[in-house]
Design a protein. Structure first.
Length: 568
C-alpha cells in the first residue's frame, strides 16, 4: 500500500513541499499518492496505512480554502477514538510566527488526528517563515527522521537517494503533427465548480491622488450573463493574472526556445495517477503552447523556492552552475539563498537568466517540474450584489518597490496585471466564499478596515443601508458612522501616524456601549502584520476601562463576535 500525501495550501508553498516529498518518496522506491486535501475522498482515510499531511495556516489561524471541507468531516461527532487506529500519520504545519495564531491549522489537525486514534510517526513539524533558514530550518531535520520512521512501515523504502537518477517528470508532452485535430489534442481536465470564468473590464479607475505614494484602484467587471458569479457581502473574487510581457521575454531569452517550438501545439500527459491534468480554465480547452504556458500558467514573477534550485541542479551539466544551484538548494547554502533571493526579491525569470547555461538545457517537459504555477489571488469584493447587479468590484493596491542590487523595481504579479487592464479586456475570475460570518441585519457591527481592507465593508454597508458610498464616507451619525484614520497625515504632530487603533481609543465610549450594551460584532480586514494585534490591544483597553477585566478581545472572539480576514 502506498504512502498518501495530502496538502492544504493558500499560496502554493504547501503544495511545493508536498510535491517535493512525493518526488523523494518515489526516488526512495516508495509508492506514493499526492492530492489536495479536499480532492481526497476523506471517507477512505481510516483504511490508509500511512498519511503525511502538509497544511498551511491562512488568515487568523484558519485552514486554507482547499482543506476546509474535509476538515469539517474530521470534526464530526460521530467519529470515535478508534476511527484511525490503523493509520500512521505525520503532520507538517507551515506558518509565520509573526502572525498572532502561528501554525494553528497544523496544530489543530495534529491534535484531532490523535483524538481519532491515529499513531503519530513524529511530533508535528512547525515550519516558520521567520526562521533564518525559512521553513527549511524545521523541515529538513524533521524530514530526515520521517524517512527513518517510514522505513519501519515500508520495508522496501530506501534510506538513500541515488543523485545520478533524474527526478520523475510530471508530464510527457505530445506535440501536434500535421493533420491532428483540436479534439485529439485536448488536455483532458474535467471542469468543476471552482472553474475560472471570463469577465469583461468595465472600469479601472485610480481612487488615490496622483501624488499619493500608493496607486490604489477600483476595478469593475461585467458579470451579466456569466454563470456562477453570484456573491454575497464578505465573499472574495479570485483573479488569475498573466505574467507581464517583459517578464515573459526575459524567460524566453534565457530558455532560447525558437518561435516554432514556442508556438507548436501540444497536450501534456500526466506520468502518474497522482498528477492532475493541466487546468483548461487557464490554458484553454484545446491544445496549448509553451508561449501560452509562459504567459498564463507559470509564475515567472515569483521568488524561486529551494525546489527550483534542486531540480535545476539535478539536470544541469554545467559544472559551476550545477554546484551553485545545489548549494542554493541545500541547508548549508541558506545564507547564500537569503543573500541571492530573499534580500533582492529576485524572480524566477531573472534567475533563469542568471543561470543561462542550465536554462538552455531545460527540455520543455521539465518546465512543468521546475517552474511554479500562477495561483489566483484573492480580493475582497467591494460591490453590493443588489446595488451593483451584473457587476463585481474590487479595490486593489498596486505593489511596487525597490530592493538592493536590483535595477528594476519589484512588482506584484497580480496587482501589476490588474493596474494595466484596459476597458473591454477579458479577465479570468471566480467567486469564493469569504471567511466572515455576518450577524443578522438588526445587530450592530464595528468594521475596522485599513487600506484595501475597506472593501468587504463597502459591500456590506451598501447592502445593509442602501445608501451611496460617497454619502457614507462623510456620515457621522444615524445608521452608519464613518471615522477615518490617516496614517500619513503630515499635519499630525506625532510624525504623521494615526492608525485605526488610535481612532478606536478616541471613540472608546461609543465602542464600549456598542460592544457591551448593543452586543455589537467586530470585523477586522487588512494587513496581517501588526494591525490585528494592535486592534485586539485597543479592544482590551476599552474593555478594561469599562469593566476592569482583562481579555475582552479574547472573550469576543470566543463568542464569534470578533472576526478577522487578513493577508500579507
Amino acid at each position: 500500500m502506498s504512502l498518501l500525501i495530502v496538502y492544504g495550501t493558500e499560496t502554493g508553498t504547501a503544495e511545493d513541499v508536498a510535491e517535493g516529498l512525493w518526488r523523494e518518496a518515489r526516488a526512495r522506491n516508495l509508492p506514493a499518492c499526492l492530492a489536495p486535501f479536499d480532492e481526497y475522498d476523506i471517507e477512505n482515510l481510516p483504511s490508509e496505512r500511512a498519511v503525511l499531511f502538509v497544511i498551511s495556516t491562512s488568515g487568523q489561524g484558519e485552514f486554507p480554502p482547499n482543506a476546509r471541507t474535509n476538515w469539517k468531516w474530521m470534526l464530526r461527532k460521530s467519529l470515535t477514538r478508534d476511527t484511525l487506529k490503523e493509520v500512521s500519520i505525520a503532520v507538517i504545519g507551515l506558518g509565520d510566527s509573526s502572525y498572532q495564531k502561528y501554525n494553528f491549522a497544523g496544530k489543530k489537525l495534529f491534535r484531532r488526528l490523535l483524538q481519532l486514534g491515529a499513531r503519530d510517526l513524529l511530533p508535528v513539524c512547525l515550519a516558520d517563515d521567520q526562521h533564518e533558514s525559512g521553513i527549511d530550518g524545521a523541515l529538513l531535520p524533521w524530514k530526515d527522521q520521517l524517512w527513518l520512521q517510514l522505513h519501519g512501515i515500508y520495508e522496501n523504502l530506501s534510506l538513500t537517494v541515488d543523485p545520478t537518477v533524474p527526478p520523475l517528470c510530471k508530464y510527457t508532452l505530445q506535440f501536434a503533427e500535421n493533420g491532428d485535430s483540436n479534439d485529439s489534442m485536448r488536455n483532458g481536465e474535467v471542469k468543476g465548480e471552482g472553474e475560472l470564468r471570463a469577465v469583461r473590464v468595465v472600469e479601472n479607475r485610480r481612487v488615490t491622488a496622483e501624488n499619493h505614494f500608493q496607486d490604489t484602484r477600483l476595478v469593475s467587471f461585467d458579470t451579466s450573463g456569466v454563470g456562477g458569479m453570484d456573491y454575497a457581502p464578505g465573499d472574495v473574487l479570485m483573479v488569475h493574472p498573466c505574467n507581464p510581457e517583459e517578464t515573459v521575454r526575459i524567460a524566453i531569452d534565457a530558455l532560447q526556445y525558437d518561435d516554432e517550438l514556442l508556438d507548436r501545439p501540444f497536450r501534456a500527459l500526466p506520468t502518474d495517477s497522482s498528477i492532475r491534468p493541466l487546468p483548461n480554465d487557464v490554458i484553454g480547452d484545446g491544445p496549448t503552447t509553451l508561449r501560452s504556458c509562459l504567459l498564463r500558467l507559470f509564475d515567472l514573477q515569483q521568488r524561486p523556492r529551494r525546489s527550483f534550485f534542486e531540480l535545476m541542479g539535478a539536470i544541469s551539466t554545467h559544472e559551476m552552475e550545477r554546484e551553485k544551484l545545489l548549494e542554493l538548494a541545500s541547508a548549508e547554502g541558506q545564507d547564500d539563498y537569503i543573500d541571492y533571493i530573499t534580500r533582492t526579491r529576485r524572480t524566477v525569470a531573472e534567475t533563469l537568466r542568471d543561470f543561462a547555461h542550465t536554462a538552455r538545457e531545460i527540455p520543455p517537459q521539465r518546465l512543468f517540474d521546475i517552474l511554479p504555477r500562477i495561483r489566483s489571488r484573492a480580493f475582497s469584493i467591494a460591490s453590493c450584489p443588489v446595488k451593483h447587479a451584473g457587476r463585481v468590484e474590487i479595490i486593489v493596491a498596486k505593489v511596487e518597490y525597490r530592493t538592493a542590487r536590483m535595477v528594476e523595481p519589484r512588482r506584484g504579479l497580480c496587482s501589476t496585471y490588474i493596474a494595466r487592464l484596459m476597458e473591454g479586456e477579458k479577465v479570468r475570475v471566480r467567486v469564493r466564499p469569504g471567511t466572515f460570518r455576518f450577524p443578522p441585519v438588526a445587530r450592530a457591527i464595528v468594521a475596522v478596515g485599513p487600506g484595501t481592507g475597506v472593501a468587504p465593508f463597502r459591500s456590506l454597508i451598501l447592502w445593509r443601508s442602501g445608501s451611496d458610498w460617497d454619502e457614507l464616507q462623510t456620515s457621522r451619525e444615524g445608521k452608519v458612522a464613518v471615522h477615518t484614520a490617516y496614517s500619513r497625515d503630515e499635519e499630525l504632530k506625532d510624525g504623521g501616524r494615526r492608525y485605526v487603533q488610535h481612532v478606536m481609543q478616541q471613540q472608546r465610549r461609543q465602542l464600549l456601549q456598542m460592544l457591551q450594551e448593543e452586543k455589537a460584532w467586530v470585523f477586522v480586514a487588512g494587513s496581517a502584520g501588526d494591525m490585528p494585534t494592535a486592534v485586539m490591544e485597543a479592544i482590551d483597553l476599552i474593555g478594561k476601562e469599562g469593566n476592569g477585566e482583562d481579555g475582552f478581545a479574547a472573550q469576543l472572539e470566543r463568542e464569534g463576535r470578533l472576526q478577522f480576514e487578513t493577508w500579507s
